[in-house]
Design a binder for this molecule. Structure first.
Ligand code: ADP
Length: 335
């Protein structure tokens, strides 16, 4: 039995108990009301008896006959009420089970998502740890034969893994934090310009040119979130582009909304992978296997979460080997 099956059954049982208590109380009330009504009717008929007693077919045991009929009516009423309660029990059990499943579904989904998240996070943690462990073991096995040069290489490699782990820890923290956006007036062109400048040195290492086209556009948003989102999009654009290409960053307004678009001439994303790239830990085939580009598949899910927190959204258009355009859409324009 799955852990949630027991909870479904317990919840169904509670619903059925509540329904049956209500149904039984109602039945008792109906029965009493009907019995009183019948009794009153009988008394009236007995009062009328002297008026009809001379009627030729009148039975000498008139009141006995009427009270016999009254008992029959009570019996029929009782059996119908019992039948109704059995019906309520059957239909109520079925409805309760369906209702319990419906009520528990979001909780079950959230538990499943949390389990998947923990499993994925442990998997991501294990890779750099295993690499560090192997390198350290090899170094130790060499003992005194380990040259100073080899030791430095080992330490540098370990440092890289530690940095990877640090990046992963930051990413995990960013995803689990329930931060609410601090909405103020934000000049998108200003923030985006600064973020682009910050990432220029990273781009230069691959001889990538970051170009900007920034129209003045003021929106209601969160400065820190916009900076982080554009930082993630630019970092990806640089990571997934070959050397000596251009990354274009635009800020503009259209149809009363603010936009930031980051366009690259990189490896692009297959149509079949596009729906998944905002999922936690998802990495497209190309970045995972062919190109061995570093990453944990957390950047876009963090960017999406930050965008949604401030009521904005992220969209993507991409074609393999042609490039990608990621667009942040901030609804409304602040005056
Ligand atoms: P990471 O970059 O750490 O793998 P992300 O969540 O930022 O994680 O991105 C998820 C996946 O989306 C990446 O692994 C990559 O396959 C794809 N992707 C994201 N940005 C781009 C881009 N600009 N060009 C091509 N592929 C991209």
């Amino acid at each position: 039995m799955k852990p949630f099956d027991a909870a479904y059954l317990r919840m169904t049982a509670w619903y059925v108990v509540i329904i049956m208590i209500i149904s039984l109380l109602f039945s008792v009330w109906v029965y009493n009301q009907a019995r009183n009504e019948l009794q009153t009717g009988l008394n009236k008929v007995i009062e009328l008896k002297p008026m009809i007693v001379d009627y030729p077919q009148a039975n000498t045991n008139y009141s006995g006959m009427v009270s016999g009929e009254l008992n029959n009516s009570r019996g029929r009423l009782l059996s119908r009420l019992v039948l109704m309660n059995v019906g309520v029990l059957v239909a109520g059990s079925l409805a309760s089970y369906l209702l319990a499943r419906r009520t528990m579904r979001p909780i079950e989904e959230s538990v499943e998502a949390q389990e998947r998240f923990t499993a994925d996070a442990s998997h991501e943690l294990r890779t750099p740890l295993a690499a560090m462990k192997t390198e350290i073991e090899v170094g130790l096995r060499q003992g005194k034969k380990l040259s100073r040069e080899d030791a430095v290489t080992l330490l540098k490699s370990n440092l890289e893994e530690v940095e990877r782990l640090g990046g992963l820890a930051d990413g995990l923290l960013a995803l689990t934090q329930q931060d609410t956006a601090d909405l103020t007036q934000v000049d998108l062109d200003d923030v985006v310009g600064k973020t682009a400048n910050r990432l220029r040195s990273l781009a230069r290492a691959k001889d990538i040119d970051i170009k900007t086209e920034l129209q003045p556009v003021r929106v209601q948003g969160d400065i820190v979130s916009v900076d982080k989102i554009v930082g993630i999009l630019l970092d990806n654009a640089i990571k997934y582009s070959p050397e000596k290409t251009t990354v274009m960053v635009r800020a503009y307004q259209k149809d009363g909304h603010g936009y930031v678009a980051v366009e690259d001439q990189g490896i692009g994303i297959k149509a079949s992978e596009l729906p998944h790239i905002f999922d936690r830990f998802y990495r497209a085939d190309t970045s995972r296997s062919k190109t061995h580009i570093a990453g944990h598949g957390l950047g876009l899910s963090i960017a999406k979460k930050l965008a949604e927190n401030m009521g904005a959204s992220l969209e993507v258009k991409s074609a393999p080997n042609k490039g990608s355009v990621f667009t942040l859409l901030v609804r409304g324009i602040a005056s």
